[in-house]
Ligand binder design. Sequence first.
Ligand code: NAD
Length: 305
Amino acid sequence: MSRVIVTGSAGRLGRSVVTVLRDCGHEVIGVDREADPGDPASRGADLTDARAASWLFSEVRPEAVIHLAAIAVPFSAPEDVILRTNTALAFAVMQAAVDAGARTVITASSPTVFGYGSPAGWTPRRLPLDESMEPEPWNAYALSKLVAERTARMFAAQLGNQVRFASFRPCYVIAPEEWHGALTQQGHTVLERLDRPELAAPALFNYVDARDAGMFLHVLMSGIRDIPNGETFLVGAADALARRPLAELIPDYLPQLTGVAADLTGSRPAFSIAKAQRLLGWHPTRSWRSELGVDAEPVLTRGAE
Ligand SMILES: NC(=O)c1ccc[n+]([C@@H]2O[C@H](COP(=O)([O-])OP(=O)(O)OC[C@H]3O[C@@H](n4cnc5c(N)ncnc54)[C@H](O)[C@@H]3O)[C@@H](O)[C@H]2O)c1
């Protein structure tokens, strides 16, 4: 097991990643803007400050770094601020990790790199989407995530296999408390996203439980020396966040994608996780069905009872 720095440890995803990695036996040092008073191992730093990042990392001397810190919501700040902040964070954290002697560096990207929701129109060649498909970012957030992926690959090209890099694209993250009614990232409950397909449609009904993403990171750290350097993985649930098959929902909510959605029958999601399964043997263990109960009724139906 490793000494691991997790950046963005106070965030929706970071909190579960810290918990899961500790449960797996890792020594985890969480880093966020402010240290967590309830966690003596946590540290506070503004990681856009390359010198502060470098100083902190060289003191901790982690074997692995998982970089989650970012402005995590598209259009939640001016476009130039999002691009500048997220790319500066990615570069400063990866450089500090390498300088401190880390042998594994993993960075959070996003499925938004695919380009869905583009106002100019977007039609992929096929669904489900997979990592071999060309990214087409249309906003600063998605572009910043693509730059983070390429930054990881740049360091891999520079350093060879002595340091292993990887990126992952987590789908819409559901934190544990959000299964019980806490608001998700876009301000709705999970049940609202199920009952109102127009809410989940823009992100093609994607989601992942934060603990499953945490376990993915444990599995990736364990296997990273056995896969090519600089790989990118989609990390999602095995089903779609939808009560009806996407082959039926997409014609109603994303009609321009009707032609490529025909194979999304049953509970099949629009994002393939086959690569993580194939290269790492990872598979998610949670779904909205397991967390809410398969009989989770639509809100309106329950209200009428
Ligand atoms: N939540 C999702 O659905 C989702 C989906 C795809 C990708 N991601 C990516 O996963 C990562 C984590 O997302 P999240 O939902 O937990 O976001 P979040 O906003 O909940 O957490 C991000 C954390 O990063 C910290 N941070 C931001 N700037 C910092 C800085 N300069 N120095 C130190 N810490 C800083 C914030 O304080 C925050 O605690 C992000 O990189 C995000 O882009 C998230």
